[in-house]
Design a protein around this ligand. Structure first.
Ligand code: APR
Length: 239
């Protein structure tokens, strides 16, 4: 078996990794989509119909995220990135900044970020205001009224798909953490990784039901640090 440390890891995270930092997930019983109609607050059509409602939805989520800190799962992934000698790509579906807050760098936010703004007029992506409104002005083209959250809504193309596909094609280990695996294209990454011959691991509160080689159930703040410890200590990567 090729020594494990020269191998490439691709990690996908979802809302579950931020749950213990205090942020709601989407599909748990008390999750975001139990409180809000995603069609009204997370689609281009919803934004066109009521931009004030959508801005307030993301302003509220920015206010909540500002009160949260990274948990040991975020810290463990930052450590893995620092200490792993092989290839490493962290892809997150999350729009919070908790991975960066824990020290991760070059995080691929495939669904965009709460801190980002996007101009519908000129296409500029920029660091947006904490409280974004229909009066917010694009710093690039100075258009007012064309600024939206730089968040990928349902029906829109996620960011970084070429980079993610290339990384999955070379992956030796694919690790999915804290995601229900219900939203594509992220939900299809495990199959792409398997096709590339990668070992696939799921760390989730409960198994999502998708086919992984290894499934580790439990709270991310406990399972992820232990998993990273094992990975870094593994002489030949046998999990
Ligand atoms: N530790 C580990 N896993 C957890 C924890 C925890 N403490 N708490 C919850 N989970 C798991 C849940 O069991 C669930 O499987 O995290 C998963 C969260 O699933 P979702 O709420 O569906 O969130 P996610 O998979 O990230 O959603 C994907 O859907 O609505 C869109 O754009 C949104 O990025 C989001 C995408």
């Amino acid at each position: 078996m090729q020594p494990f440390t020269e191998r490439n890891i691709v990690i996908l995270t979802g809302a579950g990794i931020s749950a213990e930092s205090g942020l709601d997930t989407f599909r748990d019983p008390d999750g975001i989509w139990a409180k809000y109609d995603y069609r009204r607050v997370a689609t281009p059509e919803g934004f066109a119909a009521d931009p004030d409602l959508v801005h307030e939805f993301y302003n509220m989520r920015r206010r909540e995220a500002a009160k949260c800190a990274p948990n040991p799962a975020h810290a463990a992934l930052a450590r893995l990135q620092r200490e792993w000698p092989g290839g490493f790509l962290l892809v997150t579906q999350n729009i919070d900044g908790l991975h960066e807050g824990a020290g991760s760098t070059d995080v691929l936010h495939m669904h965009g970020t709460l801190s980002g703004g996007l101009c519908a007029a000129c296409g500029a992506r920029f660091t947006g205001p904490a409280e974004m409104t229909t009066a917010s002005v694009c710093p690039a083209c100075a258009e007012a009224g064309s600024v939206r959250p730089d968040v990928v809504w349902f029906g829109e193309m996620p960011y970084g798909m070429d980079e993610i596909s290339d990384a999955l094609a070379m992956a030796d280990l694919f690790v999915s953490i804290g995601t229900s695996g219900t939203v594509y294209p992220a939900a299809g990454f495990v199959r792409l990784a398997k096709e590339a011959g990668a070992w696939t691991v799921e760390l989730n509160l409960e198994a999502s039901g998708a086919h992984f080689d290894t499934i580790i159930e439990g709270r991310a703040s406990e399972t992820v640090p232990a998993f990273v410890e094992r990975l870094l200590a593994a002489p030949d990567g046998r999990l």
